[in-house]
Design a protein around this ligand. Structure first.
Ligand code: ADP
Ligand code: MG
Length: 225
């Protein structure tokens, strides 16, 4: 069993976001640089090392949707702004939840890209299935997603992308350049490999994954055991 998963299992919890991101990184998924901090001073020092702008995120085993409780602050541009964001976040989160707070994650801010989602759900009958879709209205309103069972070949991953309506956006419409579909295919294959190697994972969610003309970035990751 992977040591990150074993440690979480021993405490009967899901992976914390920095653990999920570390696991993603080991499987070749493109993740932003980040540091974990336990105090405001550490958070400021981390931001300096990473370089502004950065994003500040709460780390808690009890919080699944960080934004809902004031647990994400984006576009932090200076030491002062980081210190203020840290105080505001702690106050917000403590007022809105009784969650146990492990610390914060200071993360390199990724440029906006086309928002995609890569996920895994367990099918009762067939086992793990990989899901792909574009984020926002594509998945929420149009339910424009594709699914495949494991194991997943590169060809199948490519077909998953191409069979969504959102593919039109990735291909580049109205004179826009095409996005990195080869990189995206690789991400889906790597996520499938991660899931296949680690049967303890009950649910996985990369949302959003920003896709650029060249390259892509995992911006948020959840791994449930
Ligand atoms: P939640 O737990 O609420 O889903 P996320 O980590 O997804 O929290 O953060 C909420 C939003 O903030 C993201 O959907 C994205 O738009 C933005 N965001 C988070 N992290 C980054 C980052 N590293 N770079 C750029 N934008 C980010
Ligand atoms: Mg998210």
């Amino acid at each position: 069993m992977h040591e990150i998963i074993a440690a979480a299992k021993a405490e009967n919890r899901n992976l914390l976001e920095p653990e999920a991101i570390k696991l993603f990184q080991e499987y070749g998924l493109p993740v932003p640089g980040f540091k974990v901090a336990k105090t405001k001073e550490e958070a400021v020092a981390a931001a300096r090392l990473l370089g502004y702008p950065v994003v500040l995120k709460i780390i808690s085993r009890d919080i699944l949707h960080k934004s809902d409780v004031g647990g994400v602050k984006v576009n932090i541009q200076s030491d002062d702004a980081m210190a203020a964001a840290y105080d505001a976040m702690m106050e917000d989160v403590r007022r809105r939840t009784a969650a146990e707070i492990e610390g914060v994650m200071v993360v390199e801010q990724a440029d906006k890209g086309v928002e995609c989602i890569v996920g895994m759900v367990q099918d009762q009958q067939f086992g793990p299935a990989i899901m792909f879709g574009l984020g926002g209205i594509f998945v929420e309103v149009l339910k424009d997603v594709s699914f495949r069972l494991l194991p997943l070949s590169r060809e199948e991953a490519e077909t998953m992308i191409k069979e969504t309506k959102g593919y039109q956006l990735l291909k580049g419409i109205r004179g826009e350049k095409a996005k990195d579909i080869i990189g995206l295919t690789e991400c889906i294959v790597n996520a499938a490999r991660l899931v296949g190697d680690n049967p303890e994972i009950r649910e996985l969610d990369i949302n959003p994954l920003f896709v650029y003309e060249q390259g892509l970035k995992v911006v948020d990751g959840r791994v449930l055991l």
